[in-house]
Design a protein around this ligand. Sequence first.
Ligand SMILES: NC(=O)c1ccc[n+]([C@@H]2O[C@H](COP(=O)([O-])OP(=O)(O)OC[C@H]3O[C@@H](n4cnc5c(N)ncnc54)[C@H](O)[C@@H]3O)[C@@H](O)[C@H]2O)c1
Length: 331
Amino acid sequence: MKRFTYIIKRSEVEGVLSMPDYVGIIEEAFRLTGRGGVEMPPKIYLSFPRGDLRCMPAYIPSLNIAGMKNVNVHPGNKDLPAVMGTISLFDPETGYPLAIIDGTHITNMRTGAAGGVAVKYLAREDARTAAFIGAGTQARSQLAAILSVRPRLSRVAVFDLDGEKAGDYATWANKKFKVEAVQAESVSAAVKGADIIVTTTPSRGPVLFSGDVRDGVHINAVGADAKGKQELDPEILKRARVVIDNREQASKSGEINVPLSRGIIRTEDIHGTIGEILTGQKPGRQSPGEITVFDSTGLAIQDVTSALEIYKRLLADPEREKKLEKIDFLS
Ligand SMILES: NC(=O)c1ccc[n+]([C@@H]2O[C@H](COP(=O)([O-])OP(=O)(O)OC[C@H]3O[C@@H](n4cnc5c(N)ncnc54)[C@H](O)[C@@H]3O)[C@@H](O)[C@H]2O)c1
């Protein structure tokens, strides 16, 4: 029997799923991690002089799928995105490669969606203002996802070391989502009065300080996703209910990795995983006044479940299926 591996490029991936679709998929993916039974070793890294390459596998028996994302991070990557990747899907029965799918768009959308799920369960219901530190690619999908779960959010402030990027972001946010969007002169000015703060910088030292964070805020800490990366003043973590996406991965590479390794916080200070909250094993936000932090490192299951849904939808549509490139690797 002839078998084919589908090669699915970015233009074919884009538009298959909306942001609310991604939020639903990622919510379910986190729930699966909370229930257990998913095989997902922590990502491994190759370090280059000015970037890295990560390998992220997951096997999800309940969906009968296995997959692997290979993805880089190269901050300030000239004319290329800082983050690019491919996701391979495999049939767990035979190991046959079902598809190789552009992972760049999926990474951006599933990362945004993870932030959206965290806001849905951890931010105050009445959140109206959000501040963004870092105005790159991830900051855009974060805003799209947050607005899908908090549609009454009406004001956005943004700070980026690159003022032009912050200005472009504010213009984009205003035009695309009709929210009031302002460029701030500093991190302190950006987060003043914010109900939700999102950090998406490649920083290796705190950019957000405890004195600027008021009670009741929810923070999505997205940028720290490798050893040594850090965006938050550890004092914020000490004040907050800290929720992570995965214990092993967050301890090695998430926002908590530096303060844990220096003994500033302990593993007992971590409230739990987002999967434990979604499956009712741990409570979410307990009061309007508490600070909540979601430490996102990005899980392979987010990539594999998103890629699987795209693969299924494309193959279920005969018009789109016949336009896809397919290869018989064994020929
Ligand atoms: N948690 C996850 O799942 C996940 C997924 C993808 C990317 N990331 C991480 O998110 C970060 C951002 O990725 P991106 O694709 O948006 O990159 P990007 O290059 O598009 O954007 C990063 C932005 O941060 C700005 N910046 C850098 N240092 C800053 C500082 N100290 N203060 C304010 N702004 C600063 C840059 O000028 C740039 O505009 C990276 O560290 C990346 O590794 C995490």
